[in-house]
Design a binder for this molecule. Structure first.
Ligand SMILES: [Zn+2]
Length: 359
């Protein structure tokens, strides 16, 4: 088993600063290179999202509705964009930098524990559409050791205490994703009983319909002391490959990755115009929804084709995917779906079924 402790250490009040060999090396390297921050002036606009689905607005429009043979159902990768990026921040130490992150207009994920505090900031972050994810109550290893505080007695209790804390303290309706403390895969089997995604700490990028373990999602752990260029290189690689890059970071001050560098990387991603930057629950909901449709079954009912799928356990409600077809009329619940000139129909995942009728 790979040791992951260097990625992910608990933040206990008053002892948020930690030193580790890799971070020190990268920090020194950064000071040696002496390059200035490449942050662009922020444009205080919120990334537009479609009102109904919450998916990003696509840059193109004017495409004609497909008029060929009914069928040919295909889910667009990354909601019709080229690739995806998710910023995840662990241990709840970033509250004072929230305004800078928020000014970028993108939604991110904060994985927090019971010591997150900062009620007004995290409540507002959740109201702004960011995700507050479960990082367990006391940030223990899966054997109940190395806790920040006292182990709750079981992994189940550790998860549930954290979810209850997030819901009751910050007023969110539910918690859909988790990130294992220390990336310890011993959490994974219990994570499956409560969440539809669990972020790991193993490096990698995720492709549409690939076999990545949803309970050990791959990441890029941004080394402490990195500048935006390090993050940008991963963003660009994911864009070239059409993949999803999840970033993992901790402190956003001089001891970690400076907030200004993170913000600069967000503007770099935004400048492409074709990268979906969103929280883990939102991008991951799309990724998992697309996989569910890839496994859908089709049956005939007269001239209609009925497509039926099954969503993963603990999947959030209200998620959509974007699809195209060769032709036909798409319906859900008896309602005809409207074609969007950017090249898609939006399909609600909750019903678990879609009807394709001849034109
Ligand atoms: Zn952590």
């Amino acid at each position: 088993m790979k040791s992951t402790s260097s990625f992910d250490l608990p933040t206990i009040e008053g002892s948020t600063r930690y030193i580790k060999a890799a971070a020190l090396v990268s920090l020194v390297a950064c000071f040696a290179c002496g390059r200035a921050s490449s942050a662009k002036p922020p444009t205080p606009s919120i990334t537009p999202v479609a009102a109904s689905s919450g998916l990003p607005v696509l840059p193109t429009s004017g495409l004609s509705k497909p008029s060929g043979a009914p069928g040919g159902l295909r889910v667009l990768d990354w909601a019709g964009l080229k690739s995806a990026v998710t910023y995840t921040f662990d241990d709840g130490s970033q509250a004072s930098y929230y305004p800078q992150l928020h000014a970028t207009g993108v939604r991110v994920t904060f994985f927090i524990n019971l010591n997150a505090g900062n009620v007004s900031t995290w409540t507002r972050a959740a109201q702004d559409g960011n995700e507050l994810g479960n990082h367990t109550a006391h940030h223990c290893r899966a054997d109940g050791t190395s806790c920040a505080g006292t182990y709750a007695g079981s992994l189940e209790a550790e998860y549930d205490l954290c979810t209850d804390y997030i819901k009751s303290t910050y007023g969110v309706s539910n918690v859909w994703t988790t990130a294992s403390p220390y990336g310890d895969t011993g959490w994974d089997n219990v994570a499956k009983t409560r969440f539809f995604l669990n972020r790991g700490v193993w490096p990698g990028q995720i492709a549409p319909n690939d076999s990545t373990d949803p309970y050990n999602l791959l990441i890029y752990g941004v080394p402490d002391g990195s500048t935006a260029s390090t993050i940008n290189a991963q963003i660009d690689a994911a864009r070239r490959a059409g993949k999803w890059q999840i970033f993992l970071m901790h402190m956003l001050d001089d001891s970690g990755v400076k907030a200004s560098e993170v913000v600069a990387s967000i503007y770099h991603a935004k400048s492409s115009g074709d990268i979906w930057i969103d929280s883990m629950v939102n991008v991951g909901g799309y990724w998992a929804g697309q996989k569910a449709l890839a496994l859908a079954t089709s049956t005939q009912s007269g001239t209609d084709t009925i497509v039926t799928w099954k969503l993963p356990a603990n999947f959030p409600r209200g998620k959509y995917v974007r699809v195209t077809v060769t032709g036909g009329t798409l319906k859900q619940g008896g309602q005809v779906l409207q074609w969007n000139g950017a090249g898609y129909y939006e399909v609600a995942l909750d019903p678990g079924t879609l009807t394709i009728s001849p034109n």
